[in-house]
Design a protein around this ligand. Sequence first.
Ligand code: CDP
Length: 228
Amino acid sequence: MSSPATPRRIAIAIDGPASSGKGTMARLLAQELGYSYVDTGALYRVVGLRALGAGLDLGDGESVGALARALRLHFGWSERGLRVFEGEDDLSDAIRNERVGRAASDVAVLPAVRAALLGLQRALGAAGGVVVDGRDIGTVVLPDAALKVYLDADPAERARRRATELRAKGQDADEQAIFDELVARDAQDAGRAHAPLCQAADAVRVDSTGRTPAAVLAELVALARARM
Ligand code: CDP
């Protein structure tokens, strides 16, 4: 039994649209609480990357589903933070571009792909002491999470952030093109039939527009501590 002196190690689900700051906030929150962080978008991105590499039709549930089931996905840590692997390959950098983001969103529509990734995501969340970010964590993956956050931000600000992020990595960034891409991807993620992006009924909505990461973090830490 937990006593008030030994806080429960809870599962925290953070969902929201593209570039709403989920990754940054989930990482900082996990760090602050001494929890692990799981970036579920990275899994969909790896499926997208591998499907592109194999020349598959991204709309073909059968072949992309079979590919997703065959992938040996796992996370690891290095001095560079959370890394995602497929087999021996560290794909953490290769998945961070808009082409792969779009491919991830395309394959994420497929029920066979979602089913293939569900077990791993649930297993990673099961023990508690974890912050998991994605699109359907509070609704499908961890419906019993003690804290669910829906993190949103104004689309223009999200596009600005993504452009800054890409430029920092030395990539080209056309802010208007990124804005159009984010809006299209959100529409596809929210409009799909299976596990669409949406706020769980019991999620707390947090808007990060015009706020510093530190300010949003303080709000999230307070929400988490109240549930421990
Ligand atoms: O980093 P960003 O917010 O742009 O995206 P991401 O979290 O890396 O996710 C990439 C894509 O994977 C999303 O656009 C979704 O289509 C899909 N995804 C999903 O369907 N379910 C999740 N739990 C996580 C990601």
